[in-house]
Design a protein around this ligand. Structure first.
Ligand SMILES: [Zn+2]
Length: 184
């Protein structure tokens, strides 16, 4: 029972703004029926109605008789005033703005920080990524040969270590995996 009543209240409240704000509007039959059954909604409707009736009877004070003249004088003063330098106008903007105009800049900066920081966390090295396409096929082949040379050197060192009987690890980093020789 209370659930259907809540739904009725919801429907009534959706109708209420139109009812109150539209001049000479009459509540629908469903709305009248609901107001009969639901005193809080009826009270709300009546209070809105009396509030807007009071607002309708209120006359806003008009502008002073000299408003247009004063405005024209202010505009002429502004036009005659020396123009601000761009630095000064920027300063005025910073002083008097509401912060709304800087939101896109802040969002962009945060996005950039996220992209850069996220890449750092994910371990993506953008300098390597951007450098890779610049190398020509010849350079790539030479680099692969170079890496193979290093790999053979490391193998030789390992063999020497084994022959010498020491268990020392090779000093070079094992990060770079030896690439396959270029298919000729
Ligand atoms: Zn109600």
């Amino acid at each position: 029972m209370t659930n259907s009543r809540n739904n009725d209240c919801k429907a009534f409240r959706e109708e209420l703004p139109d009812l109150v704000l539209t001049a000479n509007s009459r509540p629908s039959l469903a709305a009248i029926a609901h107001m009969r059954a639901c005193p809080p909604c009826a009270e709300e409707y009546l209070s809105f109605q009396s509030t807007f009736a009071a607002l309708d009877s209120w006359n806003a004070p008009g502008p002073s008789a000299y408003f247009d003249q004063k405005l024209a004088v202010r505009i002429r003063e502004e036009q005659a005033a020396p123009r601000m330098s761009w630095l000064e106008s920027l300063r005025m903007r910073l002083l008097f703005n509401t912060g709304r105009s800087f939101r896109p800049i802040v969002v962009g900066a945060l996005g950039l920080a996220l992209v850069v920081g996220g890449g750092g966390i994910a371990g993506i090295n953008y300098s390597n990524v951007s450098r890779a396409p610049q190398a020509s096929a010849t350079v790539n082949d030479l680099q692969i040969l170079d890496r193979n040379e290093q790999a053979f050197q490391q193998l030789d060192e390992l063999q020497q270590d084994d022959d010498g009987g020491t268990q020392a690890m090779p000093t070079s980093t094992g990060d770079e995996a030896p690439a396959a020789p270029p298919a000729s």
